[in-house]
Design a protein around this ligand. Structure first.
Ligand code: COA
Length: 401
């Protein structure tokens, strides 16, 4: 292993770190506009560099809040901008940064870290697990007829996305965070909007849905052509305060002319888009993918913050191991009354990455035990844990970073 030094970069070092990150993703060199955006996305004190002694890797994070089961919002660090120079990979540079970052975040009072992984094999070793799962769907616009009972009402206003940023930010902040896994979008996130990853020829449009009490939902989309010539409307974001706004936005999207298909990615796993249509098969589920990866940074605080379900007499004692953040290792008693450290014997044993998968209710304890991610010390307790950790609505983040 190479000797690495990790430290927080000063603002004048951010451009080289951003360039390194872009290069690691094989993206074309940043434009002037990209540079300005990249600068505004950096939360001071949160961009790391790893040196050998030259700068060979970087990672950053920004603060937000994550909605947890029961509706509380807890301090979240959104981890992003991770890259190591291609000629210096597999020598421990990322490992050094992850160790530094997790210790730093724990010291800052962050309870949970989250990220979107470029590859599934990278982050499990650092205690991250798949926290939300989302689906992608494609609607054949020529076949799609809304069922007559689908709610109607409200009006849609279109704006070029660059002019809509403030209104979208205001609308997003006012929408209820109905699902566990949703996060706040701080200015460091909006500085990157609409995102340099979405490179396409056509304009990007914001559709604001106005309901009885003002904006109650929005969609962001662009249209491009697939190699076969079909015009595809890509929905990059769709948020609605309630079913009427959700239906209203889809009703509008179906009316956009010169479109053959509507594709929506990163949708909640249990969102019933296909049930809007007379023929549900005009909406194909084209993929199911991991969404937000989570890492509990402060296990006692994060466990105490969420709500548990199950019956009043039900409880389970879990033993958590965390090789990177020692304070997290220990036993916790979880019941409908909450979760707290305990000296009682463990019934289920799991590592912090598995706990992070259980946390938002995306995975069931019995399933995780079945694939060897949870060690069962007391038979019968996985199904109790299923009821305690399970949630009514599927967890979903809906904010890419
Ligand atoms: C992913 C990346 C940051 C890893 O950096 P790195 O410095 O090579 O990682 P490390 O040397 O610290 O590797 C730590 C461990 O993870 C493994 N690992 C690293 N990258 C991996 C990958 N892409 N897939 C599977 N395992 C990986 C290593 O083999 C090593 O395993 P070990 O501890 O058993 O030896 C780097 O390859 C990179 O920049 N990739 C391109 C950009 C990218 O994908 N960034 C992440 C955006 S989310």
């Amino acid at each position: 292993m190479t000797e690495h030094t990790v430290r927080i970069l000063s603002p004048d070092e951010h451009p080289s770190a951003s360039a390194l990150f872009w290069d690691s993703l094989h993206l074309p060199p940043p434009s002037d506009e990209d540079w300005a955006r990249a600068a505004a996305m950096q939360q001071p004190g949160r961009t790391l560099g790893v040196f050998d002694p030259a700068l060979i890797g970087t990672a950053r994070s920004f603060d937000g809040e994550l909605t947890v089961p029961g509706g509380r919002r807890v301090p979240l660090a959104a981890v992003t901008g991770v890259g190591v120079r291609a000629d210096r990979t597999r020598r421990g540079a990322l490992t050094a940064m992850m160790r530094f970052q997790l210790t730093d975040l724990a010291g800052r009072g962050v309870q949970i870290a989250g990220l979107y992984a470029s590859e599934g094999g990278i982050y499990g070793r650092f205690g991250y697990g798949v926290g939300t799962v989302s689906k992608s769907c494609a609607v054949d616009r020529h076949r799609a007829r809304l069922r007559p009972e689908v709610p109607s009402g409200g009006d849609v206003e279109l704006l070029p996305v660059q002019r809509a940023r403030d209104q979208l930010a205001e609308a997003y902040a006012s929408l209820p965070h109905t699902r566990p896994g949703m996060m706040t979008r701080p200015p460091y996130w909006w500085a990157g909007f609409p995102g340099s990853m979405h490179r396409h020829a056509g304009p990007m449009t914001a559709a604001l849905h106005h309901g009885e009490h003002g904006v109650d939902g929005f969609a962001v989309y662009f249209v491009d052509h697939e190699s076969g010539g079909d015009a595809v409307l890509h929905v990059t974001s769709l948020h609605a305060a309630h079913g009427r706004a959700f239906a209203g936005l889809w009703r509008f999207l179906l009316t956009v002319d010169l479109v053959d298909r509507i594709k929506a990615g990163m949708r909640p796993y249990d969102e019933p888009v296909e049930l809007l249509f007379e023929d549900p098969r005009c909406c194909r589920i084209t993929g199911v993918e991991d969404g937000l990866w989570l890492r509990l940074v402060d296990v006692p605080a994060a466990l105490a913050a969420r709500r548990y379900y199950g019956g009043p007499a039900e409880s389970v004692v879990i033993e958590v191991t965390d090789p990177l953040l020692d304070n997290n290792s220990g036993r916790y008693r979880v019941s409908a009354d909450g979760a707290e450290p305990t000296g009682e014997p463990a019934q289920l044993r799991l590592d912090v990455a598995t706990l992070s998968m259980l946390y938002l209710g995306t995975w069931r304890a019995s399933r995780l035990a079945g694939v060897g991610r949870i060690e069962v010390l007391d038979p019968g307790t996985p199904t109790t844990a299923d009821r305690l950790f399970g949630t009514r609505l599927a967890a979903w983040c809906g904010t890419f970073f």
